[in-house]
Each structure stands twice: as structure tokens, then as C-alpha cells.
Design a protein around this ligand. Structure first.
Ligand SMILES: Nc1ncnc2c1ncn2[C@@H]1O[C@H](COP(=O)(O)OP(=O)(O)OP(=O)(O)O)[C@@H](O)[C@H]1O
Length: 358
């Protein structure tokens, strides 16, 4: 497939890509709410960067700032190396897809997708795209997104997933160097979400453009991101490769926000010990405890069947915890005594301030 957009270095490159977007010391207050409390972040060029965090942590505000729809109170924003902090939205090579897709209801799919190009043609008669070019570019993105058979429908005649693809098509037909997606999957039902996630990843690979996506769904974030940024109360808690953040969370917030069921935590000797529910093994009293392994006891309160396994919820002297059991293991039942061991290499330790201990 020929790249529709100027190619950027791929996330699989070994050398770290230069940042496409950089925020330095960005703050933003709304009335008495400090939405962004000094944000420093970098979006690697060509990456699929996902910004994730609890509701209200400032994700959408960051996206709107990158798009030029909001301005920082202080700090700087650079795109492709240029300081664009004071530059208007129209002067940035950026396209944004909104959460509600914001399609024009009275226009057909074709009309919606070609709208920006037709506007360009009208305003820049000499340099803007001609009628044939517009038709060719609309055809190209419709083929890419499987919209060929829907060109003459209006948004009301489309499913949620089809509307989302039209919104994506409308954004990429302009060939922006940077594509911003605000909660793009939130209007879709769970089954469509899985295919839409794959669709966005494919689109990102084929376009080779930098894509920044905002979500509050950690599963979506882990499964889609080539670069992950976890936000907490208006600041960046941690950023990097999703696997790295999952395996080595820098603090308790990142540790418990990423992964389901969430990480179990127990206080022992002034240290908080964390372990992921899938890393524990149910053991009997006759089993030896491997050197350095963590041992936790409890009574099974309830079990939840998940299809390929079960989640056993337990309560014990060290607090409550969840154990993931897979097919083939001997499953615990409510009322059973649970004795769980966790290998030393799978333990996380946090200090009183919540930060990861070495
Ligand atoms: N226009 C506004 N006026 C007043 N407060 C605002 C405005 N926009 C955002 N805020 C506040 O700023 C904070 C950050 O909002 P933002 O929308 O960026 O969070 P978010 O992480 O995207 O949340 P969500 O996941 O719920 O969409 C919130 O406390 C929000 O209430």
C-alpha cells in the first residue's frame, strides 16, 4: 500500500524517534480547577501514543491544546520542532476526531469526507485541490476504511462503527502529519470496540503518521499504544513502552491503574507489596515455598467464571486479594482456604509515598 501521508520513522525502529509533539511545563486552570499542573511530555514521531488516566486528569485538555483549540496559561508546546504555543488551530498541520464524531447530519458520507477539501478548493482556487483530485482522495480513504458502499448515505443511516470510520476518513483525507483521536471508541459496543482497535492500529501502520489517542480505558491503552502516557491529576505519572509500564510501574497509581483485575496490595513491615492476580499460584500446605517468594493466606469469598479461567476473591489477615486461576489448575471454591505464593521476580514494592522501591 502506498503511504497516503509523508512517512515518519516507525515505532519499531531501534533508535528512539525524535518527538513530534513536546509539551514543557504546561499549566491550565479553569476557574479554581487546576486541570494541568505543569505537564512535560513527548510524543515520538510516527508513534501511536495513547494518553490514559482516570476521569478528569486532564487528557482531553492536552489533546485540545495540541489541536490549538485551547491555550496553556504557561509553558510551551512544540510540533515538529516549532514553537506553536501561540499559533492558531488552522496553522497547525493537525486533524482531530472528536468523541461524538461531529459529522454534518445533512451531508452524505461523501459530502462529509470531502468537506475540508472542497473548502480548501474554494479558498485557494490556484493551489487547492481540483475536482478530480478531491474525488481520487475521497476514493482512496474510502477504500482504506471500507466505506465504498456507503458514500450516499447520511450519518443517521449508519451504525456507530460506520460513523466512526467516516469521522476517521474525514480527518485523514486532509493528509495531516498529526492525527488526534479523543475517546474514539467510547460510542461503540464492546464487540465493535475490538475490531475498531485493530482498525486504528492498521490505519496507523499504513499511514505512517503520528497518532495521539486519548482514553480512560487501560485495556484499550495497553493494547493499542506503541508509546503510553499515564496521567494523574494534571501531571504525567509515567510514560514509555506499554510493557515497561506494566512490568515496572513507577508508583502505586500506575501499578493499580494498568491491568485487570487490578494489582493486589498488602502492607508488610512498612512496605507495600504488590502482585498481579495472574502471578499468584494456589499452593497446598505440603508445597514448599520457593526462596524469596511471597506467601499470602485467605479464605475464598467468591469465584467469578471468566470462560478461560476464574477470578477467586479472597480475604485474609493481610487484606483482600484476587487470584486468577486458569484451566488445568485445581480451582478454589467459596469457603476454601487459599494459600497463595508469588515468585520473588513478580513482586512490586512501594514506599510510604507510593513510589516504587528498588
Ligand atoms: N471548559 C472547562 N471549564 C471548566 N472546567 C473544565 C473545562 N474543561 C475541563 N475542565 C476541568 O478540567 C479538568 C480536566 O478535564 P479534562 O476534560 O481534560 O479531563 P479528562 O481526563 O479528559 O476527563 P474525562 O476522561 O472525564 O474526559 C477536570 O476537572 C474538568 O472538570
Amino acid at each position: 500500500m502506498t503511504a497516503l501521508l509523508p512517512s515518519a520513522s516507525r515505532p519499531s525502529d531501534r533508535t528512539p524517534a525524535p518527538p513530534h509533539v513536546e509539551l514543557a511545563g504546561v499549566t491550565r486552570t479553569f476557574g479554581t480547577t487546576l486541570a494541568l499542573a505543569g505537564v512535560d511530555l513527548a510524543v515520538p514521531a510516527g508513534s501511536l501514543t495513547v494518553i490514559v488516566g482516570p476521569s478528569g486528569c486532564g487528557k482531553s485538555t492536552i489533546l485540545r491544546m495540541i489541536a490549538g483549540l485551547d491555550a496553556p496559561d504557561s509553558g510551551t508546546l512544540r510540533i515538529a520542532g516549532d514553537d506553536v504555543t501561540a499559533r492558531a488551530a488552522g496553522e497547525r498541520d493537525v486533524a482531530m476526531v472528536f468523541q461524538d464524531y461531529a459529522l454534518f447530519p445533512h451531508m452524505t458520507v461523501e459530502g462529509n469526507i470531502s468537506f475540508g477539501l472542497r473548502l480548501q478548493a474554494r479558498h485557494h482556487r490556484r493551489s487547492g485541490p481540483g475536482r478530480d483530485e478531491i474525488r481520487a482522495r475521497v476514493g482512496e480513504v474510502c477504500a482504506l476504511l471500507g466505506l465504498d458502499n456507503l458514500l450516499h448515505r447520511r450519518p443517521a443511516q449508519l451504525s456507530g462503527g460506520q460513523r466512526q470510520r467516516v469521522a476517521l476518513a474525514r480527518a485523514i483525507v486532509r493528509r495531516p502529519a498529526l492525527l488526534l483521536l479523543d475517546e474514539p471508541l467510547s460510542a461503540l459496543d464492546p464487540q465493535l470496540r475490538a475490531s475498531a482497535r485493530a482498525e486504528i492500529r492498521r490505519l496507523h501502520r499504513e499511514l505512517g503518521t503520528t497518532l495521539v489517542l486519548v482514553t480512560h480505558d487501560q485495556h484499550e491503552a495497553l493494547s493499542m499504544a506503541t508509546h503510553l502516557i499515564v496521567m494523574d491529576q494534571g501531571t504525567v505519572a509515567q510514560s514509555g513502552n506499554p510493557g515497561e509500564l506494566y512490568r515496572h510501574p513507577c508508583n502505586e497509581l500506575v501499578a493499580t491503574f494498568l491491568g485487570t483485575p487490578r494489582m493486589n496490595l498488602h502492607d508488610r513491615d512498612g512496605v507495600r507489596i504488590g502482585w498481579r492476580p495472574a502471578d499468584g499460584r494456589s499452593a497446598t500446605h505440603r508445597d514448599g515455598v520457593p526462596p524469596g517468594a511471597f506467601l499470602v493466606d485467605g479464605v475464598v469469598e467468591s469465584c467469578e467464571f471468566t470462560g478461560d479461567g476464574q477470578h477467586a476473591r479472597c480475604a485474609g489477615p493481610d487484606g483482600t486479594f484476587v487470584l486468577v486461576q486458569r484451566e488445568g489448575e485445581s480451582w478454589l471454591e467459596p469457603g476454601d482456604t487459599a494459600r497463595v505464593t508469588v515468585p520473588a521476580a513478580r513482586l512490586h514494592r512501594f514506599g510510604p509515598d507510593g513510589r516504587r522501591l528498588p
